[in-house]
Design a protein around this ligand. Structure first.
Ligand code: MOS
Length: 737
């Protein structure tokens, strides 16, 4: 029976995307359209004294310029539905004169053409009373605060007695690992097209959360939520920066309502570096005590990171040390410094990706110190239960990931001595690290409709940010309805469909998938009920238990030759469709199990002994994420995550000018991300065992786990090749000189 769930079918949206038929937000055009271009602050701290827009307003086609002088009040969103709907930056735009970072919105030019808007934006003169900005967290530690909680869990985390265990430890290590500011850089920049018809507001957005966007916009403008609709049919990547709602969306909405015309606000690549979040830098000091045999008795994970003056965000790097290994004595401590930089936000595996770089590098260092194989060291510290809560794992296959990965990679042939392995003139390095991401779920809902032409449709206000949701959701319905997936269409990315959570925290499959399954079951039940009440049906007065769906037919279980197509049943009863709708809430009333995904990554690098160029030669990634819905889109997600991890390891770093606070490399030629030539062969395999307790499908998410551990695996391989330990990302060749 398990036929369509898991099948490596092609993406439902693949042809549309490669032929350019898929309409992304900026592709929507309307009669009488107005273009909006944001005016951004070029200084990082101060007060706007005057905005002189007289020259800008003389440009033909310029209609008006919104600034704090003429923008009405916005209102904060009321939170509901799982994750709170909120702005990425708590402060609402254009409400006052204070400047908190370079790139802050000071206004929006509205014009008849994009060219007029862009030209006018350059002519707006902003007079600012400047103050010296605070830009470096290490130099401003005296201003740091210690957050009291992280997602409702109290901080700092204290387990056992770190001081005592550390003082008694045979082996002690203390190292500092640093990671820079990184930017999400999805291929598709953010865009917002607002259409106001005098009563209803429709927004064409690029968002990871149509429901959240609707709620925030409606609340901000004091519109009833049912009068606001968000369309986001296709999203060209997000990685977290499209999870919450940023100022351009409120400004396009407001402008459309004021001007009574459709308004398109487009962000350029440059805008993406200041106005839609980033991963904050971290400085992580790890202090470890262990026995000579490799059992870690004490660990302190002290993270220094930053947020802005107008938003709260914590990069939870210490979660890696809290949730992965059996560390009986633990301290997880944070210090957050407010800087005059934009507000940080979630970026793929927020916390885990930075935290595991530190922890999995440190474990590698310990393995050399103790002369223990790195895999064996991890097994010695394996947590039989969730180390923080003590709950049993619902399903944990970390040991299998390590074992399969080691076999595929050929780990047993590794000579552990640094610099001992060669390929031609180059030093060969092999490194490994563990991957980890918690299993998250939220309430989700969906509707499934069976149609008279023997097709079906799935409707849910979730969204496909490139992950494969269009495809996997129809596979789930196909499984239940026993219809081939090509007979089913998914309709997503529209806030008027049944509500679904943010596509963040790797939870779309786990939250929406079970709702699609339940909705399809209900739709099928309605079909069966209709048939057995229908005098003209073969199944009139049959017991529902004797019937089943099979390839678009309803059949007798005992005699499949007795069959009626879904369409016959609907047509005979004059039904345009039969539907089922379901709302599924994660229910775990007594918290019996801990849900977490695990994995193992292996990297091979080649380092030139003289030039120190680093070439990644191959990688292996093994992941345990529960049941796989579609092997093809899942592999693509895991490979994508690993490639982003390669970027983190070797290339990515946002550079700020320390005088002005502006981003120096706010473009894709200076902000380096991996290109095809940088990416080696990546071999991905899944354990593919259903999680028995997480949800009805046994599926945990996999959007984020791929990036976790990658940077450490590569750093560990570089050490193995060279004997040089780089604790500061990215690992660029000058650091090896
Ligand atoms: Mo993800 S960083 O939760 O979009």
């Amino acid at each position: 029976m398990n036929h369509w769930i898991g099948a490596p079918i092609d993406r439902a949206d693949g042809i549309l995307k490669v032929t350019g038929e898929a309409s992304y937000a900026a592709d929507f055009n309307f009669e009488n359209l107005i273009y909006g271009i944001p005016i951004l602050s070029t200084c990082a701290k101060g007060k706007v004294v005057k905005i002189d827009d007289s020259d800008a307003l003389k440009i033909p086609g310029v209609l008006t310029i919104l600034t704090s002088q003429n923008t009405p009040e916005f209102f904060p969103a009321k939170s509901d539905f799982g994750t709170a709907s909120q702005m990425g930056e708590i402060r609402l735009p254009l409400q006052d004169e204070t400047i908190h970072y370079a790139g802050q919105y000071l206004g929006v030019v509205l014009a008849e053409t994009l060219e007029s808007a862009e030209e006018a934006e350059k002519l707006v003169k902003v007079l600012v009373e400047e103050e010296p900005p605070i830009l470096e967290m290490e130099k401003n530690l005296s201003q740091a605060y210690s957050p009291k909680a992280f997602f409702g869990e109290p901080l700092p985390v204290i387990r056992g007695n770190f001081e005592k265990a550390f003082s008694e430890a045979e082996i002690k290590l203390e190292e500092i690992y640093t990671t820079p500011v990184e930017h999400h850089n999805p291929m598709e920049p953010h865009a917002s097209i607002a259409v106001w018809d005098g009563e209803n507001l429709t927004l064409y957005e690029s968002t990871q959360w149509v429901v959240g966007a609707r709620n925030v916009v409606a609340d901000a403008l004091k519109l009833p939520r049912e009068k606001v609709k968000i369309i986001s049919w296709f999203v060209g990547g997000g990685f977290g920066c499209k999870g919450f709602i940023w100022p351009h969306t409120l400004l396009s909405s407001l402008a459309a309502m004021q001007m009574k015309r459709p308004v398109k606000v487009l962000l350029s690549r440059r805008h993406l570096f200041t106005t839609v979040g980033h991963r904050p830098a971290t400085c992580q000091k790890l202090t470890l005590g262990a026995s000579r045999s490799g059992k870690i008795s004490a660990l302190k994970h002290h993270t220094i990171t930053h947020t802005s003056f107008v938003g709260e965000f914590l990069e939870g790097s210490g979660g890696a040390s809290q949730n992965l290994y059996d560390f009986p004595n633990l301290q997880v401590i944070y210090q957050v410094v407010r800087l005059n930089k934009g507000t940080p936000t979630f970026m793929r595996a927020p916390g885990e990706s930075t935290g595991l770089f530190a922890l999995e590098s440190l474990l590698d260092e310990l393995s050399y110190k103790l002369k223990i194989d790195p895999i064996e060291l991890r097994l010695k510290n394996y947590a039989e239960r969730h180390p923080e809560t003590g709950l049993p794992w619902s399903s944990s296959n970390l040991k299998e990931c390590l074992q399969i990965g080691a076999e595929k990679f050929g780990w047993k042939n590794r000579n552990p001595d640094p610099g001992s392995m060669k390929q031609g003139n180059l030093s060969l390095g092999w490194g490994m690290a563990v991957s980890m991401f918690p299993g998250f779920r939220s309430p989700g809902s969906a509707r499934v409709k069976i149609l008279p032409d023997n097709t079906a449709r799935v409707e849910s206000a979730t969204q496909d940010m490139g992950t494969g949701t269009y495809t996997t959701m129809k596979q789930i319905a196909a499984e239940i309805l026993s219809l081939p997936p090509e007979k089913i269409n998914s309709f997503l990315g529209d806030s008027s469909y049944p509500a679904a959570p943010i596509s963040g925290g790797s939870m779309t499959s786990a939250s929406v998938g079970p709702a699609v399954e339940a909705a399809a079951k209900k739709a099928l039940q309605h079909l069966i009920d209709t048939a057995i009440k229908d005098k003209a049906s073969l199944f009139y007065r049959c017991s529902p238990d004797d019937l089943q769906a099979k390839n678009g037919n309803l059949i007798f279980k005992t005699d499949p030759s007795k069959a009626e197509t879904f369409g016959e049943i609907l047509l005979r009863n004059n039904l345009p469709f039969l539907e089922g709708e379901a709302f599924i809430k994660p229910d775990q009333p007594d918290k019996k199990y801990a849900f977490q995904s695990h994995g193992a990554q292996f990297a091979e690098v080649l380092v030139d002994p003289y030039l120190k160029t680093i070439r990644l030669n191959r990688m292996v990634g093994i992941f345990d994420v529960g049941k796989i819905l579609n092997l093809k889109t899942a592999r693509s997600q895991a490979i994508g995550g690993m490639i982003m991890g390669i970027g983190m390891a070797l290339y990515e770093k946002t550079v700020y000018d320390l005088t002005t606070g502006r981003v120096v490399n706010d473009n894709l030629s200076d902000y380096l991300i991996p290109v095809m030539a940088d990416i080696p062969s990546i071999d991905v395999e899944f354990i593919d065992k259903p999680d028995p307790y997480f949800n009805s499908l046994g599926v945990r998410g996999l959007g984020e786990i791929g990036i976790t551990g990658t940077a450490a695996a590569i750093a560990n391989a570089v050490y193995h090749a060279t004997g040089i330990r780089i604790r500061d990302l990215p690992i660029t060749l000058e650091k090896l000189l």
